[in-house]
Design a protein. Structure first.
Length: 298
């Protein structure tokens, strides 16, 4: 479990760079998602084949892994568009509602239901996220295409988390990533062609950003997060990923000069506290009741 938590923390650090890179708007949203998946696949596939790590358990699991690729590709594409058409703050806030969708779906479809601590921690973490991005974002929160895509990104991500958790019970991480990236690449290539988005003609910086997205934000990040998902509850992973908001704000402060206020700092601390609550196995209120009883009896 400790290795899974370390992997998750490093994975969150890697994906925190993503909103800043997308906001540079050097390539169209869908084609950016396509190259992110394709370059990752090109780098991963030779290793998986040479190391003989490509192991298929059964057709049903393979089809679910391919479905994960389509869902994740759709998630990245609509989130890219949401960021480019609105603000990285609004898009991040809406897509980070995903822990709620994960919890609701897990409550409906999984035997391992979310614990009380999950709902308490998620609520506190989301309050922290709102403070982190700032209350002013709600003044400009228009229900337009970017808004819809931001919400849709969170819903798609929730489905991805739960299905991938199921698939990873029967398949190793490298095989899952290979199949998922393959499906994402083919799907996004077709979608980009349909939308008449250009496959070339980008600046040198644009190509460099696409490579960084593929290597850091996709390949490294999601190998680590998939490993964590395999060994941890999907609900815990989804809430923990809210931590990328803190790191993204810090990186935006360093690289693009965005300011950090005391409210943002407090919101970040509250967010981390909420995440920590979801990792408690015993209900926190029950523990308080027992402690009160012990004090009374003594």
């Amino acid at each position: 479990m400790k290795k899974a938590r370390v992997a998750l923390a490093i994975g969150i650090l890697c994906i925190s760079v993503f909103p800043i890179l997308v906001k540079l708007n050097l390539t169209p949203g869908v084609i950016s998602a396509f190259y992110r998946m394709l370059f990752s696949l090109v780098l991963l596939l030779p290793y998986v084949l040479i190391a003989k790590q490509f192991k298929i358990p059964n057709i049903k699991t393979v089809l679910l892994a391919l479905l994960c690729g389509v869902i994740f590709g759709s998630d990245v594409a609509v989130w890219n568009i949401a960021i480019q058409e609105s603000t990285a703050t609004q898009a991040s806030l809406l897509t980070n509602l995903s822990p709620i969708w994960v919890g609701v779906l897990a409550l409906c479809f999984l035997k391992d239901k979310p614990k009380v601590n999950f709902w308490i921690g998620t609520g506190i973490a989301l309050i922290g996220m709102v403070m982190l991005v700032g209350f002013s974002v709600f003044k400009n929160l228009d229900v337009d295409l970017a808004f819809i895509f931001g919400v849709l990104s969170g819903v798609l991500y929730a489905f991805y988390m739960l299905i991938s958790k199921h698939v990873l019970k029967a398949m190793n991480v490298l095989t899952f990533m290979t199949l998922s990236l393959l499906a994402s690449s083919v799907y996004l290539a077709g979608l980009s062609y349909t939308l008449n988005q250009p496959f070339y003609g980008f600046s040198d910086l644009g190509w460099y950003v696409l490579v960084v997205q593929a290597v850091i934000c996709q390949l490294l990040a999601w190998l680590l997060i998939s490993y964590a998902t395999k060994h941890m509850r999907a609900t815990r992973v989804s809430v923990s990923l809210l931590g990328q908001g803190i790191l993204a704000s810090f990186l935006a402060w360093i690289f693009i000069g965005e300011s950090i206020s005391y409210q943002m700092v407090f919101g970040g601390v509250l967010l981390l506290f909420g995440i920590r609550i979801t990792f408690f196995d015993k209900p926190i209120f029950r523990n308080k009741s027992r402690l009160k009883m012990r004090i009374t009896n003594s």
